[in-house]
Design a protein around this ligand. Structure first.
Ligand SMILES: CC(C)(COP(=O)(O)OP(=O)(O)OC[C@H]1O[C@@H](n2cnc3c(N)ncnc32)[C@H](O)[C@@H]1OP(=O)(O)O)[C@@H](O)C(=O)NCCC(=O)NCCS
Length: 185
């Protein structure tokens, strides 16, 4: 699976991506809404290996995002099977982690829009979900910009986060495949 946008290439992970992605995952600001927060290099390497396995098993996955102009690895973004802990599954979820130097340049919106087009047009999915902690404002705004909507009745707690931790309450967003326009003659 490989997707191309005007400025970005979304492609399978390679060995050379481990170092720059480990830098992003060691940045407390990037990992601010994750529990536990920062990752070691070995944990990032394991995550990349999981992504490769998921891609091989399902034909879609959480991909490396490379900037076309200079080949820089700006982060990871893509589709994956959501965990069983998400109510009402099975679901396919969209997710993202970009390194801080690349924030606020429209890259996440550009890459995620291409992923959703791929979900509808190539994978034939009917719905994609996203979820994050209630306080993750940047990701919530991004999901809303992508046309994703949440319903307060579907809010849930991530039970892997301790009670009382502000990252425990989560919101669930959904977006359905756009209806295809009827062919008119
Ligand atoms: C969330 C994240 C992917 C956004 O990436 P990005 O490339 O900066 O997003 P974009 O530039 O495409 O922004 C799209 C829109 O999202 C919103 N947005 C992005 N970052 C924001 C922020 N820090 N505060 C408020 N709104 C924000 C804005 O509306 C923005 O559009 P605008 O710049 O025209 O106002 C990035 O901040 C990130 O990787 N964060 C850490 C990882 C993370 O929390 N992942 C989710 C865990 S569940």
């Amino acid at each position: 699976m490989q997707l191309e946008t005007q400025r970005l290439r979304l492609r399978p992970w390679e060995e050379r991506d481990i170092a720059p992605f480990a830098v992003a995952n060691a940045d407390p600001e990037v990992r601010r809404y994750y529990y536990p927060a920062i990752l070691t290099r070995a944990e990032t390497a394991a995550m990349i290996a999981d992504c490769a396995r998921h891609l091989a098993d399902h034909g879609f996955g959480f991909l490396a995002v490379e900037r076309k102009s200079d080949g820089a690895l700006i982060g990871g973004l893509g589709l994956s099977r959501a965990g069983q802990e998400i109510p009402g599954g099975p679901h396919v979820e969209i997710g993202w982690i970009l390194a801080r130097p690349y924030w606020r340049q429209g890259y996440a919106l550009e890459a995620a829009s291409a992923c959703l087009d791929h979900a509808w047009q190539t994978l034939g999915l009917g719905e994609v979900i996203g979820y994050t902690s209630r306080i993750n404002h940047p990701s919530r705004v991004l999901m809303e910009k992508l046309g994703m909507r949440s319903d307060a009745t579907e809010d849930f707690d991530d039970v892997t986060v301790p009670e009382g931790n502000p990252l425990r309450p989560h919101v669930l967003y959904r977006v359905k495949a756009a209806a295809l326009s009827p062919i008119t003659s």
